[in-house]
Design a protein around this ligand. Structure first.
Ligand SMILES: Cc1cc2nc3c(=O)[nH]c(=O)nc-3n(C[C@H](O)[C@H](O)[C@H](O)COP(=O)(O)OP(=O)(O)OC[C@H]3O[C@@H](n4cnc5c(N)ncnc54)[C@H](O)[C@@H]3O)c2cc1C
Length: 434
């Protein structure tokens, strides 16, 4: 298949982190690329908790830390178990993160716009406010996209549509989503002054806080996690809810869980007095390699959330970094294909091998099934209450004779809703897989 006749070398569907990174890389190498985004401006429909982990952006924006709209660098990381009346947390703060930054809070409305404009500045044709309806196929080979009955052709299409990849599903390149492929995310951006945020979270300057929570107070078998991240002068606050558990329960509404989280006695003082600027809901990719489609075929590649590239172990959610990494690798593969003027499945197969050698598939293969463990009874029902009981036992003083620490802990374990042997086995299994 030769590339001479097409409108573009490459069409990228979706200007999220995956699509825009691919487009920047392609355009910078001189390829003729079309980047299509349904939102106008890009990012106005995007939902992410908001910590951009790692340094992947360096691959497409070399001076990214200076020019990207980043909110705060993460200096204070916390993971907490909440029960109705308590919070048990592990807090980690270090000046080391000031010198070696590990992540930044970001607002997608700004980040996506910035990256899409970078792609445009590098020479990509950026079209916003346009939803691709379907792929154009000729003899079973993808050769472009269709919108409103009009076809635009390309030698390769990179699908970076995000977590609900309708175009890929419609074309039969991905199975329709099941409950195990996603969780529901709800998020608010709550406006507070920079000073208030610094005081409430004990922060200075540009340092930021990223907290993850297990919502151990939910009833009826519903399981959810919460997150709270500091931006410069707003908080990103939200919940991620397990779909199979929500469906099984059948009575609880997702937004009720968000309300309960926001009203928790140790959450509400942090958001108090804030103005809600944004309220959004979005699917969060889950399932990792278990829900991964074929990543490439004749004339196409799939990147980012559309390919299921997210990782969550309950302590972090990471998806933007994998989206950028996979977008760049898809672009590199397309650049090689353009040189060889060959866009068949075989020619694009090096996308898979590049991913296998990268952090993306190494992580997702190593942590296969982690999401099911994260949603386990141990984490959501047993641990929060048990930790609360143990710590209450340690710190409560009522004048009666004290117990040894080991006895208080054993008593807490015996009083939990899991058998001791099961608890030990489950904890061991969990730690090994994390
Ligand atoms: C509540 C929540 C919290 C999260 N927290 C974090 C976090 O803290 N850190 C982290 O790294 N990740 C987080 N994630 C995951 C992260 O947001 C995703 O992994 C990441 O956005 C994936 O990037 P992407 O480019 O693949 O897809 P997306 O960011 O979803 O971008 C896809 C783009 O394609 C566009 N599009 C879709 N279909 C079409 C079409 N047919 N035509 C034209 N355009 C189309 C969309 O409008 C969108 O702009 C979170 C996700 C959620 C929902």
């Amino acid at each position: 298949m030769s590339g001479g006749m097409s409108d573009f070398d490459v069409i990228v569907v979706g200007a999220g982190p995956a699509g825009s990174s691919a487009a920047i890389k392609l355009a910078s190498s001189g390829s003729n690329v079309l980047l299509v985004e349904r939102a106008d401006p890009p990012g106005s429909k995007a939902v992410s908790g908001g910590i951009l982990w790692g340094k992947e952006l360096e691959k497409v924006v070399p001076d990214w830390e200076k020019v990207t709209p980043l909110e705060r660098f993460i200096e204070y990381k916390s993971t907490a178990f909440l029960t109705e009346e308590s919070k048990v947390s592990v807090d980690f703060r270090t000046k080391k993160f000031e010198k070696s930054k590990t992540g930044y809070s970001v607002l997608r409305a700004k980040l996506d716009q910035f990256l899409a404009q970078k792609a445009k500045a590098a020479g990509a044709t950026l079209v916003t406010g346009i939803t691709v309806d379907s792929l154009s196929m000729k003899d079973g080979i993808v050769n472009g996209v269709v919108q409103d009955g009009e076809t635009v052709t390309a030698n390769t299409v990179i699908l970076a549509e995000g977590t609900n990849p309708r175009v890929a599903i419609e074309a039969g390149l991905r199975k329709p989503l099941s409950d195990l492929d996603s969780a529901i995310g709800i998020k608010e951006v709550v406006k507070l002054s920079e000073n208030t945020i610094n005081e409430r979270f004990n922060l200075k300057g540009n340092a930021g806080y990223a907290g993850e929570f297990v919502l151990g107070f939910l009833e009826g078998g519903v399981r959810a996690g919460g997150f709270m991240y500091t931006n410069k002068d707003s908080l990103s606050v939200g919940v991620v809810i397990s779909l199979p558990h929500l469906r099984e329960n059948g009575k609880t509404y997702a937004y009720d869980i968000m309300e309960k989280f926001m009203q928790h006695p140790y959450v509400s003082p942090l958001v108090e007095g804030g103005q809600v600027q944004e309220y959004s809901a979005h699917l969060v990719s889950e399932g990792g390699v278990n829900s991964m489609p074929d990543l490439y075929g004749d004339g196409y590649m799939i990147a980012g959330d559309s390919a299921g590239f997210t990782f969550s172990n309950g302590m972090v959610i990471q998806g933007m970094n994998y989206a950028i990494a996979s977008g760049v690798l898809a672009a590199e593969t397309a650049i090689e294909a353009i040189k060889k003027k060959e866009f068949t499945r075989g020619a694009l197969s090096s996308y898979q091998s590049k991913l296998e050698r990268s952090q993306v598939l190494m992580d997702l293969r190593k942590f296969r099934g982690i999401d099911r463990l994260v949603w386990s009874r141990l984490v959501h029902e047993t641990a929060p209450e048990m930790l609360e009981n143990i710590l209450f036992g340690i710190f409560y003083e009522d004048g009666s004779p004290k117990k040894h620490l080991a006895n208080t802990i054993l008593q807490g374990i015996s009083g939990s809703n899991m058998k001791k042997s099961e608890l030990i086995m489950e904890t061991y299994r969990m730690l090994r897989r994390m």
